[in-house]
Design a protein around this ligand. Structure first.
Ligand SMILES: NC(=O)c1ccc[n+]([C@@H]2O[C@H](COP(=O)([O-])OP(=O)(O)OC[C@H]3O[C@@H](n4cnc5c(N)ncnc54)[C@H](OP(=O)(O)O)[C@@H]3O)[C@@H](O)[C@H]2O)c1
Length: 348
């Protein structure tokens, strides 16, 4: 197979940097152009110092983009939908990391984003980008809308329960603790070090937009609701989701092991983590840094039919660049793990 020509729009940010790190070492990819309007003409390492001496590529402007096989879009919300026709002209296949094409229902989109979608007719052309759920559609699709990071870990943790009709449909509580890189590389008053360091900030106790993605992917014809809250903690990368799920029947440990095995035993990037002893009995975000794994653990509160599910990912990897590359591999008939076959670090 000839190498595929790949470019990135919005490559000076955090997800762009992580994608570059991955794509430069992918055996089937020839990384061509990386855009940034604020860094045009500068070496990539000026934004991504970890890439010094790794590549001599420089940033281009969007206006300089040439035709390629695949475009990854890594821009803030709203930018992809504004100019999607331009990007479709430039590349046959597009993987968008923003939230622009994730929600499939127009009213839902307006409710959560507060404005009409600019390209409503394209929403259904984009496959929602969690490979474990939509692998078959991805194989024949030209457009993928990569899933939100908090949504990814929540959906993967809960999917088998909702798919099998085992969950009480309106009682699920999801609390995510997230690292600061989720917010991108633009600084603000809230990211100022004296304000940020050491803080545990309840930044979105209700109304987090990723709720809409979770509802969309777990409803299966019967509209569910989820109670989602997000807290920003003092780490750079990682998400830890603590999920309280109420089941409509009594389940034992062995039932849940069986359930997760049924859905995930063949999944290369999902690991069930539940040990009886040791310090890493449940998923731990720091062990996932830089890797594409999603770790899922659980404990049962037998008194109340509550299952506490603990899910974790690196928001920049399984929550963004890694998952987008996994989708790329599927779209091109490549082994799904290509360019992603490495664990995180320990100790870190
Ligand atoms: N951070 C995460 O953990 C995460 C996870 C999943 C999904 N996402 C989504 O991925 C997208 C990128 O996130 P990020 O964290 O990488 O953000 P970021 O660090 O703020 O980077 C944004 C990039 O977009 C470019 N950009 C900004 N405004 C633009 C415009 N009007 N037109 C074209 N390019 C523009 C920026 O470069 P210039 O300003 O120099 O052009 C930069 O390269 C967002 O939609 C985000 O919601 C992020």
């Amino acid at each position: 197979m000839n190498k595929l020509k790949v470019s990135i729009v919005g490559g000076s940010g955090y997800t762009g940097g992580e994608l570059i790190r991955l794509l430069l070492f992918h055996p089937n990819i020839d990384l061509r152009q990386i855009t940034s309007e604020s860094m045009v003409g500068k070496y990539l390492y000026k934004s991504h110092p970890n890439l010094r001496k790794v590549t001599q590529l420089k940033f281009s402007s969007i206006s300089e983009l040439e035709k390629c096989d695949v475009l990854f879009l890594c821009m803030p919300h709203g930018q992809s939908q504004k100019n999607i026709e331009v990007y479709k002209e430039l590349a046959d296949k597009i993987i968008d990391l923003s939230a622009d094409f994730r929600l499939k229902n127009l009213d839902t989109y307006k409710k959560w984003y507060g404005h009409d979608h600019e390209k409503p007719n394209l929403l259904n052309e984009f496959v929602y980008g969690i490979p474990e759920l939509h692998r078959e559609r991805m194989k024949t699709s030209n457009y993928v809308s990569s899933a939100g990071c908090n949504a990814t870990v929540s959906i993967l943790s809960l999917y088998p329960f909702f798919k099998e009709g085992l969950a009480e449909k309106d009682r699920t509580v999801i609390e995510v603790k997230v690292g600061t890189s989720e917010g991108g590389n633009k600084f603000s008053a809230s990211s100022h070090h004296p304000e940020r360091a050491g803080s545990l900030r309840s930044y979105m106790p209700v109304q987090h937009r990723h709720s809409a993605e979770i509802i969309q992917e777990l409803s299966f014809g019967k509209l569910i609701s989820v109670n989602f809250s997000a807290t920003s903690v003092d780490m750079v990368r990682g998400v830890l989701a603590t999920i309280h799920l109420f089941t409509n029947q009594k389940l034992e440990d062995k039932d849940i092991w069986k359930l997760y095995r049924k859905y995930y035993s063949d999944e290369p990037f999902i690991r069930i983590v539940k040990e009886k002893e040791g310090i890493y009995r449940y998923p731990e975000p720091k062990l996932l840094i830089g890797s594409n794994y999603c770790d899922i653990g659980f404990a049962i509160d037998e008194e109340t039919n509550r299952v506490v599910i603990i899910g974790s990912i690196d928001n920049m990897m399984k929550g963004a660049a890694g998952q987008a590359l996994q989708a790329f591999n599927i779209m091109h008939g490549l082994p799904e793990t290509t360019g992603l076959e490495f664990p995180g670090f320990h100790p870190i």
